[in-house]
Design a protein around this ligand. Structure first.
Ligand SMILES: [Zn+2]
Length: 242
């Protein structure tokens, strides 16, 4: 069962009840801890292609390309899906190195935006499937929508690694809603061969874009109770590998 009925129900709710509860982020609201409802009615999406330049990301044993190139390819696909509906900003649009703290600065300078960072995973050969990270309360629904759509787009054998709450620089430090998406495992032979196909990467990009549009239309509606805030310090380069 792939949740195909959720979008119409949610949009119907928007029409019937103008109280999708979540306040709009228009007007420049920022939040250090993200202790607030998820965004609704936002106009800007910051698409962050992970890694780049001197930082190749994971290469994956036997992978056809390294993570930095695939992340940029996926970012361009998401950008093209969103064009016309949102103002889309890219943290990089070529093979250049952009420091994580600089990416955070780019995000926090746009209070009316959400940030979606795109990556590919590595691990033991048996692990496969998309995985979405969030940390802030205001990022939960967007993360959940993205993960739900990606798991519906991925074949069953590639699994669904689920939603993970993790304090990373790009899930904790921006003052706007922000999520990090691992689109699949380059170390899984079956998922890697799927990801090699542009049609599959397009399918994933459409799934991500559709989740972003749903979030903008519905806010937190239909996503269940929000998690409790965690008042943890900023993430730094000493925390863990990112
Ligand atoms: Zn990565």
């Amino acid at each position: 069962m792939k949740h195909v009925t959720l979008l119409p129900a949610c949009l119907a709710a928007v029409v019937l009840f103008s109280s999708c509860q979540a306040p709009s982020l228009r007007g420049g609201a920022r939040s250090q801890y993200g202790d607030r409802p998820g965004p609704k009615g936002f106009s800007t999406v910051i698409v962050d292609a992970g890694h780049g330049g001197k930082d190749p990301g994971t290469r994956g044993r036997g992978a056809f390309d390294c993570e930095k190139n695939l992340a940029l390819d996926m970012a361009r696909r998401v950008q093209s899906q969103l064009r016309g509906s949102f103002k889309v900003l890219m943290t990089r649009s070529s093979d250049t190195f952009v420091d994580l703290d600089e990416r955070v600065r780019i995000a926090s300078a746009r209070p009316d935006a959400v940030l979606v960072s795109l990556h590919f995973n590595e691990g033991p050969r048996r692990l496969a499937g998309p995985e979405t990270y969030y940390w802030r309360v205001d990022s939960f629904s967007l993360a959940r929508r993205v993960q739900r759509n990606l798991s519906a787009a991925a074949p069953v054998e590639c699994g669904n690694r689920g939603l993970v709450r993790r304090r990373l620089r790009l899930t904790r430090n921006p003052t706007i809603p922000c999520i990090l998406v691992e689109c699949g495992y380059l170390t899984s032979p079956s998922e890697c061969s799927l990801l090699k196909g542009t049609a599959y990467r397009d399918k994933l990009a459409r799934a991500i874009a559709s989740a972003i549009r749903e979030q903008a239309a519905c806010g937190d509606a239909g996503m269940g109770p929000l998690p409790k805030p965690i008042y943890a310090p900023l993430s730094s380069s000493h925390d863990r590998r990112e």
